[in-house]
Design a binder for this molecule. Structure first.
Ligand SMILES: Cc1cc2nc3c(=O)[nH]c(=O)nc-3n(C[C@H](O)[C@H](O)[C@H](O)COP(=O)(O)OP(=O)(O)OC[C@H]3O[C@@H](n4cnc5c(N)ncnc54)[C@H](O)[C@@H]3O)c2cc1C
Length: 433
């Protein structure tokens, strides 16, 4: 088996992985691997926006909104870190050329469910693409960072609870040992485990399965967010999200009788429950969403991609109601990490959706996840840099070979095995709660 050596290995090229890479000093070699094409991450799909502390007087309200949405199960320390870091993160993004919407020359803010005031920056309805493509562009200017596409992490290599890198399969199906002083898991969510999800299907929680096998601590892995409004379709594949900010701007939900049945800006879990109740009552696999009152200018100006996509499906949202249905959307739980994004295994960090730093508690507040991914991605990079320790062990090449031999025994079935192990554990935790 081939060995590739690097200083820092980042598994995943979404917003959290890219932002972490940008905070590793330029004299350290960084290798990023991704299972698919680099543009195929959920970070590219984010529509609504990214939260920011507007000014100091917004702190208490931002904190309360996040805690209330999270059913007060959040780690307050993590929320505090995220909120206090938000303005610096936004300044950095603007420095990389991210173009947030402006009104009269000033940043414009929108509002989504459960936010008591507008504090969300956005770029049309493709904020994730705007942010992540600019991060990617910046990463590509860095001579110390290499990105490898279609490379799938299969397992990690460890000794005495210390991570030495991962064994991954490249696009030719060849296994390779990516050996690193530090490894960062930035592998995103788990939507690929579900039939109806807004996520990319290749996001199947591989890091969780690997963590389980190596007794790395997990947290709240049964906390899975269902998005209340995705465009109803009978076609297979990813469900198209109708962003919460559509409802924040005033769109209404109706049952089969054409009457409103819920407050449209309820937290996601509560609104999902209301929609499911209504679907049950109506005996329909969807409810209706009416955006027409937003007017053509707002729809085409703020939500041009939702407008276009619905048109492709035969709905003109300036005139028609659209059928919407809840779908799996976000993963609040994950690999347990501390305030520096350290996992319970030495030399292994986890950032973004695959990690659980406690920011979201039992339910994520809309538009907090991009911010959380960036804040804690940067913190991982800074922490490992400031505490740098070479990772050396004479046995490691042999251990990597043994790890690979074990993988080979079940390689064809590995995705299915990992899938079952993660789903079983989610169920076990849910039942034990
Ligand atoms: C439709 C949609 C809309 C959203 N809208 C918003 C929004 O408006 N605001 C907001 O804050 N959040 C939003 N979110 C959530 C947000 O986009 C994600 O939580 C965030 O982008 C996650 O970033 P990440 O870096 O953790 O993971 P991702 O961006 O998903 O990246 C995961 C990476 O890991 C790689 N990977 C996975 N497994 C492996 C493996 N075994 N080997 C190698 N590589 C692997 C993938 O290929 C990918 O590169 C939205 C999500 C979706 C799906």
């Amino acid at each position: 088996m081939k060995t590739v050596q690097t200083d820092v290995l980042i598994v995943g090229t979404g917003a959290s992985g890219l932002f972490a890479a940008l905070h590793i000093p330029k004299d350290r070699k960084v290798l990023m691997i991704t299972k698919d094409e680099v543009e195929h991450s959920d970070s590219f799909l984010a529509q609504g926006g990214i939260c920011v502390l507007r000014d100091d007087s917004d702190y208490d309200s931002f904190m309360e909104d996040t805690l209330k949405a999270g059913h007060y199960e959040n780690r307050v320390e993590s929320v505090d870190i995220m909120i206090r870091s938000s303005r610096d993160v936004i300044r950095e993004l603007i420095g990389y050329g991210v173009d947030f919407a402006k009104k009269d020359g000033e940043l414009d803010y929108t509002r989504e469910g459960c936010h008591s005031k507008p504090r969300i920056l956005f770029h049309e309805d493709i904020t994730g693409e705007e942010i992540t493509s600019k991060l990617l562009k910046e990463v590509r200017t860095r001579a110390n960072v290499t990105i490898m596409e279609h490379v799938t992490m299969l397992d990690l290599v460890e000794k005495d609870n210390r991570c030495f890198g991962v064994v991954a399969s490249d696009q030719d199906g060849e296994d390779c040992f990516f050996m690193a002083d530090y490894t960062i898991f930035a592998t995103g969510g788990i939507g690929g485990l579900y039939t109806h999800s807004t996520n990319y299907p290749h996001l199947t929680g591989d890091a969780l399965a690997i963590a389980l096998r190596h007794h790395i601590e997990l947290e709240n892995i049964d906390y899975i967010q269902i998005h209340p409004t995705t465009l109803y379709s009978t076609k297979p594949g990813r469900r198209f999200l109708i962003s919460e900010s559509v409802r924040g701007e005033g769109a209404k939900l109706y049952g089969a009788d054409g009457k409103r049945f819920a407050n449209e800006v309820l937290p996601r879990d509560l609104l999902t429950a209301e929609i499911k109740k209504q679907m049950e009552k109506d005996q329909k696999p969807y409810v209706w969403l009416d955006m027409t009152m937003l007017g053509e200018d707002v729809i085409k100006g703020h939500f041009p991609h939702i407008y276009e996509r619905c048109l492709e499906e035969g709905y003109d949202v300036t005139k028609d109601w659209i059928p919407v249905v809840p779908a799996q959307h976000y993963f609040m739980g994950g690999i347990h990490v501390d305030r520096y994004s350290r996992t319970s295994m030495d030399h292994l960090y986890a950032v973004g959706e695959t990690s659980c730093n406690g920011v979201h508690g039992a339910n994520r507040l809309a538009s907090n996840s991009l911010l959380e991914s960036l804040v804690f991605g940067a913190r991982a990079a800074r922490h490992l840099t400031e505490n740098w320790e070479k990772n050396e062990d004479p046995d490691i090449a042999g251990l990597a070979e043994e790890t690979e031999k074990e993988i080979q025994k079940e390689k064809d079935r590995l995705p299915q095995i990992y899938r079952e192990e993660v789903l079983d554990e989610i169920e076990r935790v849910r039942k034990a709660r």
